[in-house]
Every structure is written in C-alpha cells, then in structure tokens.
Design a protein around this ligand. Structure first.
Ligand code: PGA
Length: 244
C-alpha cells in the first residue's frame, strides 16, 4: 500500500461557529493528493462535517456511554460526523494525567466505533536533552498502541512536547531518526500492516518549514495546531504535502 499523505489540523480549544468559514475555504482550496482532516472542538463537529474535508475529534472516553459527566464517547463522535479521533495528545497527558494504558483503551474504543485513532507520542525537552528521546517514544508506542493496529485504523503522530506551540522544531536529521525508528518498530510488531501505518510529524509545522519536514522519508504528513486555524496556512502546508 502506498501511504497517502495526511495533513491533520488540531484546533484544540479554539473555534466558534464563525470558524466554519475556514473549513469551507479549506475544502474549496484543497489540492489533489493529500488527505485533509480538521479536528475542531466537539461543539463544531456536526456542523463541520459534510463540507468537503474530513472531520475528527480531539479525545474520547474509553466507554461507549455511562455516568461520566462532561465526557464524550467514540460512538458519539462518529454519530456527530467524525471519522477520526486524536488520542493521547501531550496536552491531554499533561492536563488530565492520561497514561499510555489510558491511550490504549481509548484507542480500542475508537476502533470499536469504526473510527481512525491518531495516537500521539513524543518526548519532553528534558528527555531529549538526556538522550532518551528514542527510548521514550519506543516505550510510548509499545504501550499506547494496542495489538492488531493497521494502516486503516491507526495513525501515529510524533510530536516532541517541546516543539508544540513554541516555534521550535527538531533538526531534519532528528526527525528522520525518530520516524525511521518508529517505522522499524511498527513493522517489527505488525508485519506488513506496520508498513501501512502513517506516521505524522507534529510540533510547530508551518508553511515555511513544511516542505522540508514532509520530504523526510518516513514522514507521512503532519499534525498541525496553530497553523491549522486559518485556511491560508493550512492549505499552504497541504500544497507542500501534495508536492512532496
Ligand atoms: P502546533 O501544535 O502546531 O501549534 O505546535 C501541534 C499539536 O499540538 O498538535
């Protein structure tokens, strides 16, 4: 299977109904080639779906329903029009204490609902500085990604925590090293399916650096925060993916 580039936007806690205009502009300007996905706040999923680009959620509860005030389940996100769900973003891990085991059980819920899980991993700055980035990410992949993942139901997003929202990115060599290691680990664990799973880079991807990051061999797209809020920036990154 040839891996199709995926350019996914994570709007985090940003966006009112007025932001639907950006979704329409993204759909109107989408280049041929890459798959485009926006993960808006859950309040916008229903209105954002069916407008010409893929729509996803940013988190879900591991259960399908029950007494969990304020939470949303994967079947609810599917019902609202989501195709995918970001799981284990570092902000969820930091703000809500999510563990690798939580990420694995949420991923099973996402699969059960027929959605794609975008599983986030990535080292902190201290872990990078102490030379532990590869080991940390390997452990996160091992324990966050459940058995039997395939390219149809799973995407990995490598997001160094220190690069998120900071304007800093790892060197191209460091990105290549980690993505190659993730690819080898997935192929080792899931055989041919591991070669089909897309590995996104995330953390301060912008129009200015997207072409260089997306040219790296095992970078199959991007998970974009700040630069996904405006159609012009998001489409510039999508065009870099189309040309990669
Ligand atoms: P950023 O966020 O592009 O604003 O750095 C990326 C992310 O958190 O997914």
């Amino acid at each position: 299977m040839v891996r199709r580039m995926l350019i996914a936007g994570n709007w985090k806690m940003n966006g009112l109904k007025t932001a639907l205009d950006e979704i329409d502009a993204m759909a109107a300007g989408a280049p041929a080639g890459p798959e485009l996905l926006i993960c808006p706040p859950a309040t916008l999923i229903t209105a954002a779906s069916g407008r010409g680009i893929g729509i996803g959620g940013q988190d879900c509860h591991p259960d399908a329903n029950g007494a969990h005030t304020g939470d949303l389940s994967a079947p609810m996100l599917a019902d609202a029009g989501a195709e995918a769900v970001i799981i284990g973003h570092s902000e969820r891990r930091a703000d809500h204490g999510e563990t690798d085991a939580d990420v694995a059980s949420k991923t099973l819920a996402v699969w059960e609902a027929g959605l794609v899980a975008i599983i986030c991993v990535g080292e902190t700055e201290a872990e990078r500085d102490s030379g532990d980035a590869l080991a940390v990410v390997a452990r996160q992949i091992e324990t966050s990604v459940p058995a039997n993942a395939t390219g149809d139901d799973t995407v990995i997003a490598y997001e160094p925590v220190w690069a998120i929202g900071t304007g800093r990115t790892p060197s191209i060599e460091d990105v290549a090293e980690i993505h190659d290691a993730i690819r080898a680990q997935l192929a080792d664990r899931f055989d041919a399916d591991g070669s089909d799973i897309r590995i996104l880079y995330g953390g301060s991807m912008k129009p200015a650096n997207a072409a260089d990051l997306l040219a790296v061999e095992n970078v199959d797209g991007g998970l974009i925060g700040g630069a996904s809020l405006k159609a012009a920036d998001f489409l510039a990154i999508a065009k870099a993916a189309a040309a990669a």
